[in-house]
Design a protein around this ligand. Sequence first.
Ligand code: ADP
Ligand code: MG
Length: 293
Amino acid sequence: ATPTALMVGVGRGAQLGILIKGQAALEASGRIDTIVLDKTGTVTLSTPRVTGVEVAPGEDRVAVLRLAAAIEAGSEHPIAAAITTAAAGRVTDLPEVRDYRTLPGRGAAGLVDGRAVSVGSAGLLDDLCITVPAWATDTVETAEHDGRTVVFLVRDDEVIALFCIADDVHPSAKDALVRLTRMGLHPVLLTGDSTAAARRVAGELGIDDVRAEVLPDEKADVIAALRGQGHRVAMVGDGINDAAALGTADLGMAIATGTDIAIRSADIILVRDDLTVIADALALAQRTLRTIH
Ligand code: ADP
Ligand code: MG
């Protein structure tokens, strides 16, 4: 009877948009008590938008957009798509980027016309030992106050533009959190984004436990620490930066539209574009396990 019940569970999952990779995943789902949710692209829409671009005095707006779009063309991050989309109307040809690299949890960088160019968070500025320039402070403060994400464009150690990004919560996120909480799960919001942006999203969803400004390799440490405290942890994520954490969790769940590496690292792939699928997956696992044991 055991293999049959598992097959039924896997089959039922497929109907619900839940792809279960193996028996181990179902077994692990049984006694989960903590659900860790990545923010960007998981509880927020995978399509953030640029709501404002501010350019340093003396810089040309189109030239700046070209530079930012050229770097972001190489990145899989949802913010990269927002910036390339914002540039698409105004910029035609993109300059060549050499030595492109992603800066995990920070942004992306490369050489354009022999000059170092990078795009990324306030943490990127810290890494480069650059402070926010005077022309930008008002916008940065307003964005922080509104819980918006700010992304900086840096050329040769100088901030030449900033992008304000709107990262709206998925329309299903609130219902999803209500269901998860009702199931007795403790929700944690885990993100590489700023504390201000994380708090805004957490506030909208009623999540008290917020871990922000966490670098990709530290995300796995957060999961390991929770497990070390005796919790059984499920993690939901979409990004390259979530892969290690998904592998560390008792149960890793990847959003199907996420990056390949997140999908490879997960036990369950969530195909339905609706976050209540998370609760469905856990409930299905519990039902299936009850049938077996
Ligand atoms: P999350 O954990 O919420 O998915 P990430 O760890 O992927 O966030 O990213 C953390 C922060 O790093 C983002 O909020 C953004 O500020 C910055 N960042 C990462 N990748 C990029 C990129 N390609 N372009 C611009 N900013 C980026
Ligand atoms: Mg993400």
